[in-house]
Design a protein. Structure first.
Length: 117
């Protein structure tokens, strides 16, 4: 019985140590998908897309990325960058869309991000 308790203790401690290491690691990467750390970034953003000289509407952009074309992101803005970059290098690659994301994180001025082609 005592051996069983020791095994359970080791498994429990290993789990907690792995969780702690994951949280610390996640604090130092741009995408914080699995981070337990608080949402410490607040970003207003707007996605603009132009294909063959036609600007897509907000609803068309929302349908394209399955994500709101304009809004507020409580997590890292890199999550949206990653989503758009992945779409534009896979499903939307043939369309050669001109995409830019205007964003403002924590009130530090507006910036523009464009996917790598």
């Amino acid at each position: 019985m005592k051996n069983h308790k020791n095994i359970c203790l080791v498994i429990g401690m290993t789990f907690l140590i792995l969780q702690l290491c994951s949280v610390v690691y996640a604090r130092f990467i741009p995408e914080k998908f699995f981070c337990w750390a608080p949402y410490d970034e607040h970003t207003n953003y707007q996605i603009k897309v132009n294909i063959n000289g036609k600007d897509l509407s907000r609803s068309e952009i929302t349908s394209r990325y399955n994500y709101l074309s304009k809004g507020w992101e409580p997590r890292s803005i890199d999550n949206i960058f990653s989503l758009v970059q992945q779409y534009e290098t896979t499903y939307g690659k043939a369309e050669k869309a001109d995409v830019e994301i205007l964003y403002n994180t924590n009130g530090n001025g507006w910036k523009i991000w464009k996917p790598i082609k």
